[in-house]
Structure formats: structure tokens, C-alpha cells
Design a protein around this ligand. Structure first.
Ligand SMILES: NC(=O)C1=CN([C@@H]2O[C@H](COP(=O)(O)OP(=O)(O)OC[C@H]3O[C@@H](n4cnc5c(N)ncnc54)[C@H](OP(=O)(O)O)[C@@H]3O)[C@@H](O)[C@H]2O)C=CC1
Ligand SMILES: O=C(CO)COP(=O)(O)O
Ligand SMILES: [Zn+2]
Length: 342
């Protein structure tokens, strides 16, 4: 007999120019007195303070994501304001303290905006027990704010989406070879986001218009919903993300200048090559948008890339990908040379 299924997706999504001003109305729907705003380290703090001002009738604390710990006192509502890291930490807080979560992205650099899962390594350490599922009750995506974010971040959002073609291919492989459960709907949703950015890449690449950001934000939200439906990040994270995570781990927290979506795009090129897919197309789109297309452009040494490629398969042993039981050093170097990433 089939088992019962359940999944979490966001309840309310408000997006467009000036959406942030709607925060009080969204908050008012929930019986909250004490509100915690988790935000970024510097640039995004202004937005968090703006949100705090809008909520002047409440007791509000604003805390940086890297300064919060699990002993933090109880709040009725948590808001994640910033990039992917503060949003992930806000999800952890929401999960651990059963506080409803509102996500206010200040950039379109990642697809964690609507996903109920947590990716950022620090957040994982904060939650030692089990798998975190924290779907936002609301997303408030202010496209004016996002349009003003550095274009590198918006391009990174395109990079995160370029990875979906590989992630879905890995998932199909695992379905065929390992019998892993596969959701055609979730896979199609992730692929639709990939296709939309690929077909609009030429038009949206400079991110000068609000509608360009809209296309990107919708595609990223679509991926978050795909993860919710799949019950994991599977449709949106395969071997290309394993490569990105492996590089991030090797570089460490302190000297990590690499942006998530940029690493994912480079990973997608390598893994598409290993799959025998059209890796040149992914690279062409990345170049078109202005994403880095060599490791040198983001300061990653060949040794680090090879180490990442040979260890990436160990990071998530339960998620089968084209990396199988691991690449050897020679194969890793060959892949980097053939795809001209080095
Ligand atoms: N849960 C999920 O499903 C997913 C989670 N992720 C996670 O998200 C993270 C990647 O997200 P990303 O956004 O790149 O990382 P960060 O949150 O680290 O943000 C990157 C940089 O962008 C800055 N920034 C954000 N918005 C603005 C803005 N409007 N103006 C100026 N600067 C801005 C941040 O500033 P500041 O210093 O103020 O923070 C930070 O310096 C990774 O840790 C990844 O694992 C990614 C995909 C999916
Ligand atoms: O970044 C993600 C999807 O884009 C999340 O993936 P992970 O589950 O690999 O952290
Ligand atoms: Zn990602």
C-alpha cells in the first residue's frame, strides 16, 4: 500500500516593488509580540533595521546570523532578512523554537528563498538533531531591494538555476540505478526554472529592469517549491552542488569569497561533461550572463578543485550522483582541462 505523503510549501508570497512595506500587514496575521529578525553581517543589516522600524509596535530584536546560538530566548515569530545564509539560520531557529518564519530576501542569489530545507553549513551545526523542515509562512520579495543588490549576486542566482539540469539528471540516474523515489512533477518544476533563465539569459543578463529580477525571483521560488514537493533538495542539488559544497568546505568559512551560485554553475559544467550532456551550452549561458567560467576568476586553485572533485561524493553518501563512488585525481584533472575551467 502507498504511504501517506505530506509536504510543506509557503503560504503567502508577496513580491514586487516596495513589497517590504507590506511586512506589518503580513505580521499582523500572526499573533506575535516578540519578533526576532535574523540578518546578514553588514550590507543587509540596513534592510533588517528598516523592517524593524516598520514593526515599531512590536518588541523586535535584530541579530546577525553568525552571532545567534541555540540558547537564544524565545520569540513568537522569526524573520530572515538577507541573503541565503541568514535565511537558512532563520529556518533553523524557526524549526528549533517552533516560531513561524517569514522570509525577506534582499538578493536573488539562491533558491533557498522558498525551500523548507537548510543548506548553509553553520546552520547544520546549530541543529544536531534530525532533518530540519521549516517552510516560510510568508515570503516578502521586494524587487526594488533585490534590483539594487550587487549584480554579482543576481548572476549567482542564475548560476544556482543552471545547476538544475544536472541535479535532475543525477536524480534520474539514482532512480534508474538505485531505485530512488523520483517525482516527475518536482523534477519538471526545477527544469522549468532552468529553462526559463536559459531562454531569458540574453535579455535579463544586466538586471537593469524590475521585470528581469521578477523572472529570476519566480524561477528561484519555483525551485524552492520543487524541493518542498520532493521532500528534499534532490531536484535542485546533485553532483554540481556536491562540488560547490566541497570547495566551500576546503576554503573554510574565513577565506571563502566564492559565491554559492558561481560555484554551482562551474560544478554544473564539470558534471554535465561527466554525464555526457551538452556542457558547452551551460558554459555559454554562464558566459553570456557574466558568471565566472574559469576557476581562476574566483581565485580557486587547481589543487583545491581536484581535491573537491575527488572528495565531493563523500559529503552525502545517501545521494547517488554521476560521481558514483568517487573520481580519481586524473579523471578530475581531465574533466577540468576538457571543460577549460583551468
Ligand atoms: N536552504 C536552501 O535550500 C538553500 C540554501 N542556500 C544557502 O544560501 C547561501 C548562499 O546564499 P548567498 O545569498 O549567496 O549568501 P550570503 O547570505 O552569504 O550573501 C552573500 C553576500 O551578499 C550580500 N548581500 C545580500 N543581499 C544584499 C544586498 N541587497 N545588497 C548588498 N549586499 C547584499 C551579503 O551581505 P551581508 O554581509 O550583510 O550578509 C553577503 O555579503 C549558501 O550558504 C547556501 O548553502 C542556497 C541555496 C538553497
Ligand atoms: O543549494 C541548494 C539548492 O540550490 C540546497 O542544496 P543542498 O541540499 O545541497 O544544500
Ligand atoms: Zn544551490
Amino acid at each position: 500500500m502507498k504511504q501517506l505523503e505530506s509536504f510543506e510549501i509557503p503560504r503567502t508570497v508577496i513580491f514586487g516593488p516596495g513589497a517590504i512595506s507590506k511586512t506589518p500587514q503580513v505580521v499582523a496575521k500572526h499573533k506575535a509580540e516578540r519578533i526576532l529578525i535574523i540578518t546578514g553581517k553588514s550590507a543587509t543589516a540596513n534592510y533588517a533595521n528598516e523592517v524593524a522600524r516598520l514593526l515599531s509596535g512590536y518588541s523586535v530584536d535584530v541579530v546577525r546570523y553568525d552571532e545567534i546560538d541555540t540558547s537564544y530566548s524565545k520569540y513568537d515569530l522569526v524573520l530572515g532578512v538577507g541573503g541565503g545564509r541568514p535565511i537558512d539560520v532563520a529556518k533553523v531557529y524557526s524549526y528549533l523554537h517552533r516560531a513561524p518564519l517569514i522570509v525577506i530576501p534582499t538578493s536573488a542569489s539562491h533558491d533557498g528563498i522558498a525551500s523548507p530545507y537548510v543548506s548553509y553549513a553553520l546552520s547544520q551545526k546549530m541543529a544536531s538533531h534530525g532533518k530540519i523542515v521549516a517552510s516560510p509562512i510568508a515570503i516578502i520579495a521586494d524587487t526594488t531591494v533585490i534590483l539594487n543588490a550587487p549584480s554579482r549576486l543576481l548572476k549567482a542566482g542564475v548560476g544556482d538555476l543552471l545547476g538544475k539540469i544536472v541535479a535532475v539528471r543525477d536524480w534520474q540516474l539514482a532512480h534508474r540505478l538505485k531505485g530512488e523515489e523520483y517525482s516527475e512533477y518536482a523534477a519538471h518544476l526545477a527544469l522549468t526554472s532552468y529553462r526559463i533563465v536559459v531562454s531569458n539569459a540574453f535579455r535579463i543578463k544586466n538586471f537593469t529592469k524590475e521585470e528581469d529580477v521578477r523572472v529570476l525571483v519566480k524561477a528561484l521560488i519555483g525551485c524552492g517549491v520543487a524541493m518542498g514537493i520532493a521532500g528534499s533538495s534532490r531536484p535542485c542539488s546533485g553532483s554540481e552542488h556536491l562540488f560547490a559544497h566541497a570547495v566551500e568546505l576546503l576554503l573554510g568559512e574565513k577565506n571563502n569569497e566564492a559565491v554559492h551560485g558561481e560555484l554551482v554553475a562551474l560544478g554544473a559544467v564539470i558534471m554535465a561533461y561527466l554525464h555526457g550532456m551538452n556542457w558547452r551550452r551551460i558554459k555559454r549561458v554562464a558566459k553570456e550572463v557574466g558568471l565566472p567560467t574559469t576557476l581562476k576568476q574566483i581565485g580557486i586553485d587547481t589543487d583545491v578543485a581536484i581535491e573537491a572533485l575527488t572528495t565531493a561524493h563523500t559529503l552525502r553518501p545517501d545521494r547517488y550522483t554521476i560521481l558514483g563512488s568517487g573520481l580519481g585525481k586524473e579523471a578530475a584533472r581531465r574533466a577540468l582541462e576538457t571543460t577549460e575551467l583551468i
